[in-house]
Design a protein around this ligand. Structure first.
Ligand code: SF4
Ligand code: SF4
Length: 362
């Protein structure tokens, strides 16, 4: 608690009260609190041991980072909200229980259940004996929600001699969102131990959130500094993989919008390489794209805490897509695809769908 209070104190001092974050929050349709006020609210709550006022702002934040992406004081919503959740987690068991399906450290997690139902086409290399130098890491959402795409991507990487094995391990993000540092550390360490035991030298990562988490483990020394972490679309773009405009036109997709991913805001590496893969396809940019992209509403476990807050964000993205008048919305992240397709839209597709044929069967 002291460590978090010290952090909130630092934020209260560092925040210049310029209002850039509250403008972004207002555009994102969420709470409007600058981080000096938010930090003081957290400190006051800790002092009084009374957390009612901060509960909603903390648990209904999708950790999209839109508010602090341009913060001149470099305050990170991602870190702030995680720390606030670390404070609330032990005190609010009835809220934390709602996140049980996302306990990826347990066999009962919904991702593991979904994967078991689909029976992955390839075994998990980290559960098998032997070494695996270059590992494909699809992440929970792609492997559970888009198992054919996950399998097609690995089959391609294997056939082009770019990966030796695949693993369906979790990067730990759901535990980070839950504000449980002990479980998070255990999961991250267990993953790092398995990677080391299998001699992994490169991880090819499909999901922007997993990419960000694995980089942070390497920065923190949990993962060896010698392990390369490479985004999947970078590999595919370098290999010259391109969406075929004729096939898209045949499916009725003549123009596309790209729904960028929240965790890709700072580097933009997924955004750039997916646009490279889209090649000659006509892209109509959403009003908020790349660094300023809006959230699909599925982040931060918010759908399990406040469905309305999650829906509001989803509708903002869908409205921008409507306004752009393109025929297809391409996502970089399988979580975004699932969240945005809730109303049955068949013209919202993951970019990998443009490289392998299964998407035509939808
Ligand atoms: S953008 Fe940063 S410095 Fe400006 S008010 Fe928000 S948290 Fe404070
Ligand atoms: S949902 Fe996004 S814009 Fe709103 S407070 Fe959280 S990180 Fe900031």
């Amino acid at each position: 608690m002291d460590e978090h209070a010290a952090y909130f104190n630092d934020v209260a001092t560092a925040c210049r009260r310029c209002g850039l974050c509250t403008t972004a929050q207002s555009e994102s349709g969420c709470c409007q609190i600058d981080y000096a006020d938010f930090a003081r609210m957290m400190l006051d709550a800790i002092d009084r041991n009374e957390f009612q006022d901060v509960t909603d702002p903390v648990w209904s934040c999708t950790l999209c980072g839109a508010c602090t992406a341009r913060c001149p004081a470099h305050i990170s919503a991602y870190e702030f909200i995680h720390r606030a959740r670390c404070v609330l987690n032990p005190l609010q068991p009835s809220i934390v229980r709602r996140f049980a399906p996302m306990r990826t450290d347990l066999a009962s997690s919904s991702f593991k259940q979904l994967r078991a139902a689909h029976k992955p086409a390839f075994p998990d290399a980290l559960s098998e004996a032997g070494t695996c130098e270059r590992l494909f890491f699809p992440g929970c959402s792609l492997s559970a929600y888009e198992p054919e795409l996950s399998a097609s991507a690995f089959a391609h990487l294997k056939a082009t001699n770019r990966a030796d094995g695949v693993s369906y391990e979790c990067c730990g993000n759901p535990l980070y969102f839950m504000g449980d540092p002990v479980l998070l550390r255990q999961l991250a360490q267990s993953l790092a131990d398995k990677l080391e035991a299998h001699g992994v030298t490169e991880i090819i990562v499909a999901c922007p959130s997993c990419y960000s988490a694995l980089l942070s483990y390497r920065d923190d020394g949990i993962l060896s500094a010698s392990v390369a972490i490479t985004p999947l679309p970078v590999v595919l773009a370098q290999q010259g993989m391109r969406a075929c405009p004729d096939a898209l036109a045949k499916a009725g997709f003549d123009t596309v919008c790209v729904k960028d991913a929240c965790r890709d805001r700072s580097s933009g590496v997924f955004a750039a390489s997916v646009r490279e893969i889209l090649g000659e396809t006509t892209i109509v940019e959403l009003a908020h794209n790349r660094r300023s992209s809006r959230c699909c509403g599925s982040g931060g476990l918010v759908p399990l805490y406040d469905t309305d807050a999650s829906d509001d964000k989803r509708w903002c993205v869908l409205q921008e897509f409507d306004d752009a008048e393109a025929s297809c919305l391409v996502t970089l992240c399988a979580n975004c695809s699932l969240a945005l397709r809730q109303d049955g839209d068949t013209n919202i597709v993951h970019y990998l769908s443009f490289l392998w044929p299964s998407w035509r069967e939808r």
